[in-house]
Design a protein around this ligand. Sequence first.
Ligand SMILES: Cc1cc2nc3c(=O)[nH]c(=O)nc-3n(C[C@H](O)[C@H](O)[C@H](O)COP(=O)(O)OP(=O)(O)OC[C@H]3O[C@@H](n4cnc5c(N)ncnc54)[C@H](O)[C@@H]3O)c2cc1C
Length: 489
Amino acid sequence: MSDENIGHFDVVVVGAGAGGLCTAIEAAAGGARVLLVDKRREIGGMLHIANGEFSGAGTRRQAAHGIDDTPEEHFAEVMRLSHGRADERLAWQSVRAQGETVDWLEGHGFAFDPATPGLVHGHEVYSVPRTYWGVEHGRSVIAVLRRLLGEHVADGSVTVRFGVRVEGAVVEGGRVAGVSGTGPGGAVTAYGGAVVLATGGYDADRDLRNRFLPPGCENALIACLDHATGDGLRLAEGLGAGTGGDGHFIPVMGLIPDPGRPGFAVDYREAFVEVAPAYRTPHEIWVNRDGARFVAEDTTSPEHRERALLRQPGIEMHVVWDRAVAEAAEPLIRNGAGDWTRERMLEEHARGRWIAAADTLEELARKLGVDPGGLTETVRRYNEAVAGGHDPDHGRTVLPSPISEAPYYGLTSIGASLLSRDGLRVNGDLAVLDREGVPIAGLYAVGEVLGNNVFAGDNYVGGMSVTPAMTLGRELGRALAAGLEDAHG
Ligand SMILES: Cc1cc2nc3c(=O)[nH]c(=O)nc-3n(C[C@H](O)[C@H](O)[C@H](O)COP(=O)(O)OP(=O)(O)OC[C@H]3O[C@@H](n4cnc5c(N)ncnc54)[C@H](O)[C@@H]3O)c2cc1C
């Protein structure tokens, strides 16, 4: 074990996810010497698990599909969907250039899913198709960024160091002049004219996450990858940085608790419950711990069902169905790969990893931890609604079949946090601000470390996490490189 000084660079980028990669690529393209470090041993960060849906207006691809759209219209929708709570300045700074990011990816051979630009029903839907994704979801984005990064590694403008966990900042003369941490061989230091925190969110650290969640949501499942431990946020807070903390949170629905890892969700790439009626006709009912339904399961508004779940104890719901549904309905469980066939779903019923089965509703309720009397009465009322074609309780209109044939089945799903809502405050140069709003010299931040609320307010807005990470990362990289040119005359 020996201490290592990696050297002096124009820009040190901490984190090789969407934000850090784009910063490093553009800084290098602008002539900067860049060090890119990541505590993992590969690039891509959350893109490995993310849907990787990004959004942008006025793109070549929209034009080719005859879609008329502008950044101004996109921005108006971001403000509408975020209930006016997105940070107008930063959201516009990103949205105005997101279309150009989409064109940039296209220009570098991005493997678009042929269905894009499309409308996405997992979040409140934009009024025009301006969302894009790749044939391999987030991994399609990684493929392009890997290629571009590789070119700069080859020409020597970017040095990449994996397995380096940044833990502190080097401060000299009142400005951040580098980073310190632990590498594969021991302590590591690196110096830079600018240090960029692109370390992602904090959701994999339950204590830190719960500091930002509203009361009653501590139970939220962790549904992101393990690297999201808020390291950049902590580092900057140690230097006096201010954070958001407006308390806005809305749970992601459909995640399944992992029986082998309490508090965590089953990997999203393996399985989740499809809750959007646009993608699957709901045959089941959803009940809370009292056994009571709390929303029309066929609502087309993701926000409506997410807010309804937010009001339930433990943000917990239980999906209930019967033998007839098990045999006839499309698979309730899905994943990005689309390999949940009806046969696989039937096997899962028998496997019992996540699905409880019972011969009576009372027994099922006990297995799920739900009030047996409540569930029995709820199913009776639901079956009455099916028979009458009218749901007086919640106004559900899709009422395909009663729940009346044993065995009965149930699956628990808990609201999840999968991207950080709060984060570091930055100015228009993406310089990190201290608690008084003054820039911390030499320190910048981009990506999810800023928190999603600045781009989405108290909601989810299509593509408004990964696209700002890429777009503002590119802008920051270019600006840092241009700053060097100015300094050198
Ligand atoms: C299941 C899921 C689906 C999603 N789908 C979408 C979507 O469709 N659209 C969308 O807009 N957003 C989506 N998101 C969110 C989006 O993927 C992320 O917000 C975005 O990718 C974050 O990019 P980032 O570069 O800021 O951080 P990350 O991608 O998290 O990268 C941070 C990097 O920093 C490294 N790092 C962290 N700490 C340190 C340290 N101390 N030292 C060195 N390195 C460190 C990490 O190892 C990591 O590689 C999804 C998220 C999840 C979990």
